[in-house]
Design a protein around this ligand. Structure first.
Ligand code: F6R
Length: 244
């Protein structure tokens, strides 16, 4: 079942999504949260931090597993997703750092990195709530449009346009990651609850294709139509092409 929460704007979307994630933490204090990086969740992370600082939210028994990480980037690299998570959430709430998991970008052996991460997800008992952002091409995690839905964690080669877009963040072109480790679509679909956040007109086409179009690996997020418990928090701009 898919529920759409229509928000006025980014702020309103962040507030509503933070409410649902807060409710999850309150109702199940030992939840396993699947988390995302990117610009869309920043506003909701800010709200979770505020609530934790006020004493209204307790992360002490929470476990987290992130969607993805660049291959070759260490946790102290400011462009790594581990750094992003520390900076935007983990350093500001009472989560136990040892219970926060991100694929190991420093692991050279791709097969090992992916197998290890799938084992971690299995060991923590699977994901209670998976937070997702949406790519302009309908990607979720680093699962880009393709001919199939990958099941488990896998290593992806970044597209030339992604590599070029990332170049401005790095001193040398050779420092720019060309690959990433990402959770698979199968693992995402096994999460007991999914929260998708989308904001802005540049997400409108992808959101409409994901929610109303055919289910196809060419629009990876379209598979969410088959999940029993999806909550979509999107603002009016992102929802402009969604007609129900
Ligand atoms: C991030 C991730 C990506 C982003 C997506 C949207 O961990 O897996 O799929 O969620 O690219 O990014 P933003 O929110 O920056 O538009």
């Amino acid at each position: 079942m898919l529920t759409i929460y229509r928000a006025k704007d980014y702020k309103d979307m962040s507030r509503q999504a933070a409410n649902l994630i807060s409710a999850q933490i309150i109702m199940k204090p030992d939840s396993v949260l699947g988390l995302a990086t990117g610009s869309t969740p920043i506003g909701l992370y800010e709200r979770l931090v505020k609530r934790c600082k006020k004493g209204d939210l307790d992360f002490s028994r929470i476990t987290s597993v992130n969607l993805d990480e660049y291959k070759g980037l260490s946790p102290n690299n400011e462009q790594s997703y581990r750094y992003f998570m520390n900076d935007n959430l983990f350093d500001h709430v009472n989560i136990q750092k040892a219970r926060t998991f991100v694929p190991d970008g420093t692991e050279e052996n791709e097969e090992k990195a992916c197998k290890d991460y799938d084992e971690i997800i299995a060991q923590v008992g699977g994901i209670d709530l998976q937070l997702l952002g949406l790519g302009r091409n309908g990607h979720i995690g680093f699962n880009e449009p393709s001919d199939s839905f990958p099941k488990g964690t896998h290593c992806v080669s970044l597209t030339q346009s992604t590599i070029e877009a990332n170049q401005r963040f790095f001193e040398k072109a050779t420092d720019v990651p060309t690959k990433a480790y990402t959770m698979g679509i199968g693992t995402i679909m096994q999460a007991r609850k999914i929260v998708l956040v989308a904001s802005g007109t540049d997400k409108a086409e992808a959101l409409a294709a994901a929610l109303c179009g055919p289910i196809t690996p060419q629009v990876p997020a379209s598979i969410l139509q088959l999940h029993p418990d999806v909550h979509v928090f999107a603002d009016e701009d992102a929802l402009k092409d969604v007609k129900f």
